[in-house]
Design a protein around this ligand. Structure first.
Ligand code: PGA
Length: 254
């Protein structure tokens, strides 16, 4: 399967800025075929980007979603609403959603079930924070997040899921010089995730599932991270905000 490079713009870019990005990005990226490319803009820009990207090799995704189809949930967006925009992917369980907005594994699990029901492909984010890493709890945290977030998901549904390993301590929070995990540390995390998936499901699923890395991926380190055997792509925040820099990351997929 192709490597997946996804842009997580977080709360950045107006509709106008999003369209300008895409115009520039399309010119640089042309018919790039090595990677599958997904852009996750804010909700407000989804429809405009969907139109811009019609007949292109670039897909769009959302950064969050509620699990109900409709109802009294002020400020939320449902899977039906996302589908209508032309969205194909949805990032779920991002550490900023967990830390700032109090989302837990149970909620993320409901969202994954709802996304799959509506034909959206979830990008499930997991990863330990600095305190958990320092306490030697990384594997424990990752395993629990996988078990809880993927509860009652069956084997056939796993085909549509991508896992993003995002060690929280490696996330840039907008600081371009923040350090990513080393390729060895990232690889170790990915390998472990694959082994947990194998235990939970089976070998074929663990081999076929895409496990992408997130946390300060940038043009300077993308090639080495993406060359590791268990790293199947990247979820890119800060370095995806600039069309040239994101294109460089996409082009480092070989
Ligand atoms: P970053 O963000 O690339 O800016 O570290 C990644 C993410 O949070 O998804």
């Amino acid at each position: 399967m192709k490597k997946l490079i996804a842009a997580n713009w977080k709360m950045n870019k107006t509709i106008k800025e999003s369209v300008l990005f895409i115009e520039e990005f399309k010119k640089i990226i042309k018919n790039e075929k090595n990677a599958e490319i997904v852009i996750c803009p804010p909700f407000t820009a989804l429809t405009a980007l969907s139109k811009e990207l019609k007949n292109s090799n670039i897909k769009i995704g959302a950064q969050n979603m509620h699990f109900e189809e409709a109802g009294a949930f002020t400020g939320e967006i449902s899977p039906l609403m996302l589908k209508e925009t032309g969205c194909e992917y949805v990032i779920l369980g991002h550490s900023e959603r967990r830390e700032i907005f109090g989302e837990d594994d149970l909620l993320v699990n409901k969202k994954i079930i709802a996304a799959l029901k509506h034909g959206l492909s979830p990008i499930l984010c997991i990863g330990e924070n600095l305190e958990q890493k320092n306490q030697g709890k990384t594997k424990n945290i990752i395993e629990n997040q996988l078990k809880n977030c993927l509860k009652s998901i069956d084997k056939s549904q796993m085909e549509s899921i991508t896992i993003a390993y995002e060690p929280v301590w490696a996330i840039s929070r907008g600081n371009p010089s923040h350090k990513a995990a080393t390729k060895e540390d990232a690889e170790e995390g990915h390998k472990f995730i694959r082994s947990v998936i194998e235990k939970m499901f089976d070998t074929a699923i663990s081999k076929n599932i895409r496990i992408i890395y997130g946390g300060s991926m940038k043009p300077e380190n993308a090639r080495e991270l993406l060359s590791m055997p268990d790293i199947d792509g990247g979820l890119v925040g800060n370095a995806s905000l600039d069309a040239k820099s994101f294109a460089e990351i996409v082009k480092s997929v070989k």
